[in-house]
Design a protein. Structure first.
Length: 382
């Protein structure tokens, strides 16, 4: 089928589901700790200090630290991903998978830095599907710089069917590329001063960076979370690129980056939100929609982890559901309270297992990229 995806809820026909094969570690460097800043500060307080290792600008500079991931977690995650695939196929959705990361590929290198590489798991992040266009967004984490290459065969398939295929300008991602104001202003703050980034011969100043998961797609309207100058510059690019086709609505610092564990659109007129305060950030037209407040996670919602296991998401990660149609939603089976709430509002909640979402930074919406939905460029906010 031809690429067609304008919203978050229309009947889903084709989707990509990510993979965690050969996932071994998280590289603790500037871009990673900035991206996960809020959750690293709030959910790892009993763990050893977190810091920002610098880019290696000379041979005697220290190497960034890596936080290992236990193999049993990776194995169980891959089991759960296969369960997601099966659940979607049982709902008549065609599933595509990225290329696996070769175990011999240990790192990525550019002119300015090197970083450990990770597989294409949270594939919502580095790609934005708008109608008949694939937009590879400007990455925010160095280790994921070439992640979309693992999806290139799938993108090429849709391109051959007539899809547009665009790449945002790629950031160089030296220390000077990052706007640090959010990390400085939010709770906790870094333990190592980072107000004086280390120079690089490739510095070009603050650059555009944006993840697709910062965007809420509503037909011809796009709501974009902007928390830094990096996001604002990328949103400027989107506005010019999409001029005449889509309307951009900026929300400011709804979260540090992604919007899809704060608010999701389940169908026209209905939002799933973390709390009622979310409405204060939204465009006026969206504040008129019904808002289902997700129940707080229960005491037994998550596995118990060791002190050396790095937690990357908030306890509200299970709000990150995936709509298969306006009345059918994939929900983590560990969240019966959320399923009951959704069922009271007329949804069919399909329970699917996903154990280690807090260790790998994503839920069902993060792990998937919807390529074909039945909806079109409707005006839901007019």
């Amino acid at each position: 089928m031809r690429l067609n995806s304008f919203d978050e809820w229309s009947p889903l026909r084709e989707v990509i589901v990510g993979t965690a094969k050969n996932y071994t570690s998280h590289e603790r460097e500037l871009s990673f700790d900035l991206f996960f800043h809020d959750n690293i500060v709030q959910d790892n307080v009993v763990r050893s200090e977190w810091r920002y290792p610098r880019l290696a600008v000379s041979s005697d500079a220290g190497e960034p630290a890596r936080s290992s991931i236990k193999q049993r977690y990776v194995d169980e995650l891959n089991e759960d991903l296969e369960g997601i695939v099966k659940a979607l196929e049982n709902l008549s959705v065609q599933v595509h998978r990225p290329m696996d990361l070769d175990p011999g590929t240990a790192e990525v290198r550019t002119l300015a830095w090197s970083a450990g590489v990770v597989p294409a798991l949270n594939i919502r992040d580095n790609t934005l599907i708008l109608g008949d266009e694939i937009i590879e967004t400007a990455p925010m984490i160095r280790s994921r710089y070439f992640e979309t290459r693992l999806l290139a065969p799938i993108f090429a398939h849709y391109f051959k069917q007539g899809a547009r295929w665009t790449t945002m300008p790629r950031p160089i991602m030296t220390d000077a590329s990052f706007d640090l104001s959010y990390a400085h202003a939010s709770a906790g703050g870094p333990t190592e001063p980072i107000s004086d980034p280390q120079p690089s011969p490739y510095d070009v100043g603050v650059e555009m960076m944006l993840d697709g998961a910062q965007c809420l797609r509503l037909g011809r309207d796009l709501v974009v979370n902007v928390s830094t100058e990096n996001h604002a510059s990328a949103c400027d690019w989107l506005e010019r690129h999409l001029d005449g086709r889509f309307r951009i609505h900026r929300v400011h610092r709804l979260s540090d980056s992604h919007i899809d564990s704060m608010v999701l659109a389940l169908r026209p007129g209905t939002l799933l939100v973390r709390n009622e305060k979310v409405a204060d950030f939204l465009p006026d037209a969206l504040r008129k929609w019904d808002m289902i407040v997700a129940p707080p996670p229960g005491p037994n919602s998550f596995p118990v982890y060791d002190e050396d296991d790095l937690i990357l998401t908030s306890p509200y990660i299970d709000l990150n559901v995936l709509s298969v149609s306006p009345d059918t939603v994939l929900v983590n089976e560990a969240c019966p309270e959320l399923m009951r709430v959704l069922e009271k509002h007329g949804f069919t909640a399909v329970p699917v297992r996903h154990r280690h979402r807090r260790l790998f930074g994503g839920g069902f919406h993060c792990f998937t990229l919807d390529m074909v939905r039945e909806g079109g460029p409707e005006d839901y906010l007019g």
